[in-house]
Design a protein around this ligand. Structure first.
Ligand SMILES: *Cc1c(COP(=O)(O)O)cnc(C)c1O
Length: 394
């Protein structure tokens, strides 16, 4: 084949740091894979990870759990959302997010998103007024951070609990404030395709002691809550213990040992991701039929992927994406009739009540998505640019 072609798959996973391997080996050698023990003289890896997250964000509490989905379920539950309550959710998100709300027995009401994939504040207000939600679960999907000042103002004015899904924004901020700190709780994922790869895992950060106590109890602490990295007071625990079922959503020691050193080196990877993103953004600027969503001036993002919006009929777009795929650059398309790997959209979630989402539907129809391993070289990024330009340049 003549012309540009990427030799390294974009689905490749960068190697884990050596100290993550060392930690994993130590855990395996100890055979102590469970986060709680009746004899833990130096504390556990999970407790250390919790301490490190709380230090990183300057929050009073961090609670580690077994997935990002569990983190959202537990954060909403522990903030007081109950079965039958309405929870608003921005329409550009991933399936585990409405899943966490459904898991609670709460009702998902979707909110429209604008041409830059950000929650539409006008529709947010309309949905608040119409549906009287208990909470808004704001998903910073694919790292796109909305006008958080506007979101917070609306939630406060209407007494709506705000919980953030930061699965794609570990290291992103708005107006200098990290995502995860704008509402009652911030939820992170340690799944392989996020900023920290532990295979599976999740973390809730919060300053709310009752929320932390409830999340710890519901995660399944077996009354060993004192072994947490940021334990709430015994009084808070006793307040909630009689009323809180054990949902068994704990993180294990192996995942924590792998995650911990990656939090320490987070900024290195985020800097690499930002540089890759900037090169793609510059390289693809000005192509016909292709638009790159804008990042708000107050936002420092932490991108692990790149999106563009194609204004083309389905068949034409499919043909161009096929050219990219042939040249080693697989691009996901959210507009497809049927859900495929990591790209399901709201109309694929039959359990969520339909609501008119005119802006979001228009933008999702042309949304294309490229995964970015953090160790892509400058030359590889240039190849990705060349391939997309070849396919979309006319
Ligand atoms: C991955 C992801 C989640 C959930 O994370 P899991 O750990 O896979 O449950 C939530 N929200 C978004 C936007 C995600 O991409």
């Amino acid at each position: 084949m003549e012309g540009p072609r990427l030799r390294r798959p974009l689905t490749s996973v960068p190697p884990l740091p050596a100290n993550a391997m060392d930690g994993a080996k130590a855990v395996l050698e100890s055979a102590r894979l469970f986060r709680y023990g009746e004899h833990v003289p130096e504390g556990t890896w999970v407790a250390r990870l919790e301490r490190a997250f709380a230090d990183h964000f300057g929050t009073r509490f961090a609670v580690a759990v077994n997935s990002g989905g569990s983190a959202m379920f537990l954060a909403l539950r522990s903030a007081g959302v109950e079965a039958g309550d309405v929870v608003l959710l921005n329409a550009f998100t991933l399936a585990p997010v409405p899943g966490a709300i459904e898991h609670l027995g709460a009702r998902v009401v979707l909110v429209d998103v604008d041409e830059n994939l950000l929650v539409d504040l006008e529709d947010l207000e309309a949905a608040i007024v119409e549906h009287r939600p208990k909470a808004f679960l704001l998903s910073h999907m694919r790292g796109h951070v909305a006008d958080m000042a506007g979101v917070v103002a609306l939630c406060e004015a209407h007494g709506v609990l705000l919980v953030e899904d930061c699965a794609h924004t570990l290291g992103a901020s708005f107006g200098g404030r990290p995502t995860g700190l704008f509402g009652k709780a911030g939820c992170f994922s340690l799944q392989t395709w996020k900023q920290i790869n532990a295979g599976e895992g999740g973390v809730i950060v919060t300053d709310d002691e009752d929320l932390a106590a409830r999340a710890i109890l519901a995660s399944g602490a077996y009354m060993l809550h004192a072994q947490h990295g940021t334990p709430p007071s015994e009084e808070a625990i006793q307040r909630w213990a009689p009323h809180t079922p054990n949902c068994s959503m704990r993180l294990n020691e192996l995942a924590a040992a792998i995650a911990l050193p990656q939090l320490a080196s987070l900024e290195e990877r985020n800097a690499a991701w930002r540089a890759i993103y900037r090169r793609l953004e510059a390289g693809l600027a000005g192509l016909p039929n292709l638009r790159i969503p804008q990042t708000l001036p107050d936002v420092v993002h932490a991108p692990t992927s790149f999106q563009f919006l194609a204004a083309l009929p389905a068949e034409d777009l499919e043909a161009r994406l096929a050219i990219c795929a042939e040249r080693g650059v697989p691009i996901k398309w959210f507009g497809r009739q049927h859900a495929t790997g990591f790209t399901s959209v709201h109309r694929h979630w039959g359990y969520v009540e339909a609501r008119p989402l005119p802006k979001g539907d228009a933008v999702l129809a042309g949304l294309c998505d490229i995964r970015l391993p953090s160790d892509l070289t400058e030359e590889e990024v240039a190849t990705v640019v060349a391939v997309v330009r070849l396919a979309f340049g006319h």
